[in-house]
Design a protein around this ligand. Sequence first.
Ligand SMILES: Cc1cc2nc3c(=O)[nH]c(=O)nc-3n(C[C@H](O)[C@H](O)[C@H](O)COP(=O)(O)OP(=O)(O)OC[C@H]3O[C@@H](n4cnc5c(N)ncnc54)[C@H](O)[C@@H]3O)c2cc1C
Length: 409
Amino acid sequence: MPLNACNHPLVQLAPEEAELLARVRQLVAGQIGPDAARVAREDVFAWETFRLLCAEGVVATAFPREYGGTDASMLLRVRIIEELASACSTSASLITGTDLSSRPILAGGSESLKRELVPDLANGTQQAAFALTEPGAGSDVARLAARYAPADGGVIINGRKKFITRASVADVFVVVAREDAGPEGSKGLSAFVVPRAAPGVTVSADIPKLGWHGVPIAMVDFENVHVPRGALLGREGEGMRLAQDTLLRARIGHAAIALGRACGALLIASQYANQRKVFGQSVGSHQGIQWMVAQMAARIEAARCLVYSTAQRYDRGDADVAAHASVAKMHVTDLCMNIVVDCLQLLGGNGYLKAYPLERFLRDAKMNQIGEGTSEIHKTLIGRYVLGMAAQMPQHPCLDFEPDLHCHD
Ligand SMILES: Cc1cc2nc3c(=O)[nH]c(=O)nc-3n(C[C@H](O)[C@H](O)[C@H](O)COP(=O)(O)OP(=O)(O)OC[C@H]3O[C@@H](n4cnc5c(N)ncnc54)[C@H](O)[C@@H]3O)c2cc1C
């Protein structure tokens, strides 16, 4: 049932995978959960949590074995992310954020670049940040304006990136920029690895935000930054392809975070409702409350099946996994927002207090509807996909475009 994902029929894990997941549950119960409010309150990069997740081999799940990782399946990763997010969005986003920032390097880096960089990313001694969004290009990344031009055996990059998670702690940036004299739109985009220490890179102070604390964001400026040819990821013009490949994984990660948080919120609200007395009875003994809980439970369980099956499609390499990832991201992040609001309501006035966890859950939930494609963008993608698919399918056997209008049957 929704409060406990253990032994879910869609999740078959090898013994060592089950062991890692059990360890994550233990960490959530013993350290990460109890520490989550402090981490969020302090709102500086959550080094302690990050180092713990590195030491326990959780960060390494995003990386192939040949570069020091453990090559975890997406299914195992969503289970881990779900467990972390049931108590602490920060720790879950440390896992998804590592993936977001490292994936383009893994997918497009030269062998020598990967050998040099990835083992340190896998063990957490270095960090990367993914710099795609700009002040003038968020949802519409094909219009981004950062530019690069050939110079001295490499390229010179100029531009400003906005909302960059971990910018304040990153050692390297993956920067997507447009070829100066190249085509407009997504075809002109390429991705580069840029060391933070390169002359011309400036990172702003952390930018205050509503929630998602412990993983700060900042603005990053690139002014005549020179990188060698070997910093190019993939081939020239493949920046959008690499970004899409990265965002696909990140979208599944957002859905898993939202699932975990919804599940955690329902557990908190149900335990509160069992304990809190109103009119001489527990809150949970009122039928209206039971119906709310029942609806939330049913929706979470359906969302869980959606997230797990999307992860399985990813692991299988299904051609249409991007559409499924959009469905999971849109549906589960929107659901999580609604569930957290309802769960907070079940705590009455206490739900609104900082001393109780659901106000933090509520602030964090909003982010999942925005990052890696807003809900509106995913609706657009899914709508087009479904209509396109319908156009390819045989006509429905009951649909007649010129029916007999006088027929009663
Ligand atoms: C905490 C946080 C962390 C982030 N981390 C990173 C990071 O590490 N790296 C990075 O590159 N980016 C990052 N981002 C950026 C994030 O991906 C963008 O904010 C997001 O893609 C939305 O872009 P935007 O903010 O420019 O909104 P806009 O694109 O300006 O959209 C504004 C509104 O218009 C709606 N809209 C846009 N187009 C359409 C349309 N066609 N139809 C209907 N509605 C539409 C949107 O849904 C939204 O509601 C982060 C953002 C936040 C808040």
